[in-house]
Design a protein around this ligand. Structure first.
Ligand SMILES: Cc1cc2nc3c(=O)[nH]c(=O)nc-3n(C[C@H](O)[C@H](O)[C@H](O)COP(=O)(O)OP(=O)(O)OC[C@H]3O[C@@H](n4cnc5c(N)ncnc54)[C@H](O)[C@@H]3O)c2cc1C
Length: 401
């Protein structure tokens, strides 16, 4: 009975997607995406039409409870929806740190008042969030953070700075780790605060990269007043919440939370296989270069195996939600695989794969070069590969420190 009901849901969803997802956004993925808020350049009109249609249905965040603007779908319906969307090439209408990081964290650790205040503004796309974790002296050693918050009676006073804050120039709110007890052992004096990026005393400096873009910023906090109601969890006990949020982040980076196993990995237009046939074809529809052919085959097999592993993990995770330490395995594997794929793409392109700008390179070639560099960043964001290996060694395999 449950199977039939799920099958009906799939069929209805297929028909609904075919009718409602504008052709122009099909296959655009997060490239055309929307992370909430109104400070960033607007996505296309069609994309926002798609967003509005999905929001009306509760499907900007389908698995969150309806009272917070979600769709109230259970784990199996949520997975079915994600898979049908992937099949139809319909992009997620809403991404960003509200949906993927602070939202699930508030569902687990926030008060009811905090959930009601913040979650509906995430599902509706009204507000965009950023992550205030890393500091100039605290990256992998995150618990070494020094930004401090002092108790001033009815509020905390925050002073310090954060770095590599992705999208801070567009964000409306920040979730921020602060030191509230400098005397306590370093993991025990940290608290988890939320505050508006429009608060007096917040300033944001976009960091200009060699690409000319500024995907992240340095943020400075000078005497920022944060009302006490914006503390999440207990004072000095923010480290547990901070680590849980990282698990949500890693689940998102690896594609687990967006319906792992749903994405197409090989064969189609835009795949590395198609690219290798285009640039290195032997005339018979095969890849002419033996070494590249092997690399492409290995990447496709590894991607498929990873996809199946994540799908199995989803199916075993009947309650839904984000797994704990296994998220480090997913994050490690997906970012390393992404890096390999980007390196192979550049190898396939040969001298066309060193294009940065100018008319002698196609858009595809320029984006391959940039993707190759960005692929390396993927193994750093959300905790480096070495940090993930440490977590897997200690928390998954139980090896000694
Ligand atoms: C694209 C991108 C987006 C980001 N967005 C954000 C954001 O929005 N908010 C935010 O707070 N931060 C963000 N970051 C920062 C990111 O979390 C840190 O860069 C990362 O945690 C590493 O810290 P670090 O840069 O200080 O490097 P370090 O910690 O100085 O590490 C340097 C090198 O030493 C290695 N290393 C360090 N400690 C160990 C150890 N114990 N064992 C083995 N090797 C070790 C690391 O693996 C790395 O190779 C982002 C980073 C990137 C690349």
């Amino acid at each position: 009975m449950a199977e039939t009901e799920l099958q009906d849901f799939r069929s209805e969803t297929q028909a609904w997607l075919a009718e409602n997802c504008p052709d122009s956004v099909l296959g655009t993925g997060m490239l055309a995406g929307f992370a909430g808020g109104r400070k960033a350049p607007a996505p296309s009109t069609d994309f926002m039409k798609w967003f509005d249609t999905m929001y009306e249905r509760g499907w900007t965040v389908p698995h969150w409870p309806k009272e917070y603007g979600g769709g109230g779908l259970d784990a199996s319906h949520n997975l079915a929806l994600r898979q049908e969307m992937a099949q139809a090439r319909a992009p997620a209408p809403l991404g960003g740190m509200g949906v993927t990081m602070i939202g699930p964290t508030l569902l687990e650790h926030g008060t009811e008042e905090q959930r009601q205040r913040h979650l509906p503004k995430i599902t509706s796309g009204e507000l965009r969030w950023c992550q205030g974790y890393s500091e100039p002296g605290a990256g992998s050693d995150l618990a070494g953070l020094q930004t401090k918050a002092q108790d001033k009676g009815d509020h905390y006073l925050v002073n310090g700075s954060k770095i590599w804050t992705s999208g801070a120039q567009y964000a409306d709110w920040i979730f921020c780790l602060v030191r509230t007890n400098p005397q306590a052992p370093k993991h025990e004096g940290i608290s988890f605060l939320l505050f508006s990026m429009d608060s007096v005393g917040v300033s944001v400096n976009p960091i200009v990269l060699i690409s000319g873009q500024s995907p992240f910023c340095q943020c400075f906090f000078d005497d920022v007043k944060v009302p006490k109601e914006d503390l999440v969890g207990d004072l000095d006990r923010g480290w547990t919440i901070a680590k849980r949020l990282l698990q949500h982040e890693r689940a998102s980076i690896s594609g687990f939370s967006s319906g792992a196993g749903a994405r197409a990995t090989r064969g189609g237009t835009g795949s590395i296989e198609a690219l290798a046939k285009q640039y290195l074809g032997d005339g018979d529809g095969q890849i002419g270069d033996n070494a590249i052919r092997t690399d492409v085959a290995n990447i496709n097999m590894d991607a498929r195996a990873f996809q199946l592993t994540q799908r199995r993990a989803h199916e075993e995770n009947r309650e839904g939600g984000t797994p704990t330490f296994a998220t480090s395995m997913f994050k490690l594997y997906s970012s390393e695989l992404g890096k390999r794929r980007a390196e192979t793409t550049v190898s396939i392109l040969g001298h066309h794969g060193i294009g940065w700008e100018g008319e002698s390179f196609s858009d595809q070639e320029i984006s391959a070069t940039r993707g190759w560099l960005r692929g390396k960043a993927g193994t750093i964001a959300g905790g480096t590969s070495e940090v993930q290996l440490n977590i897997i060694a200690k928390r998954v395999l139980g090896l000694p420190d």
